[in-house]
Ligand binder design. Sequence first.
Ligand SMILES: [Zn+2]
Length: 158
Amino acid sequence: MSNTCPFCSAAIRAALFAENQYCMAVYNIAPILPGHSMVIPKTHYQSIHELPEVELQAFFLFARKITDFLVTYFHGTGFDWSLQEGKEAGQSINHVHLHIIPRRQGDLESPGAWYRKLQNAQGIEIDQKDRKKLDPEKMDTIRHALRESFQHFTGKTE
Ligand SMILES: [Zn+2]
């Protein structure tokens, strides 16, 4: 646990739309494209090497399921994943998190343009005020819609 970690704070639950025993899926408060979400372990781990094997497996299985859901829900045909570990690699919050971004043809000026956008968005996910963010009402609407839809989705695929 870390008192200053935004992913350990109670506020993160306002953005949560799916969870299991070990991890949660959170809609990004400043999405770079529709559907941009993060999968985050519930325990405060700074490195993927700190996750016990069972939690690491759960993390990636959950992430794959969330990705399938987001791609379907947002009518994507592909997706990007990004996990940054270490300041030198662009890790902005010291709590493991995987960005998931549904993609489709022509959604950005080039397929690779997402990464610069993600870098520019680093650090504003939770706690900065000077960039376009979804207002709390819109965030709540999206979260509820995703939560409900995800339950149907898992019902169908399991
Ligand atoms: Zn944390």
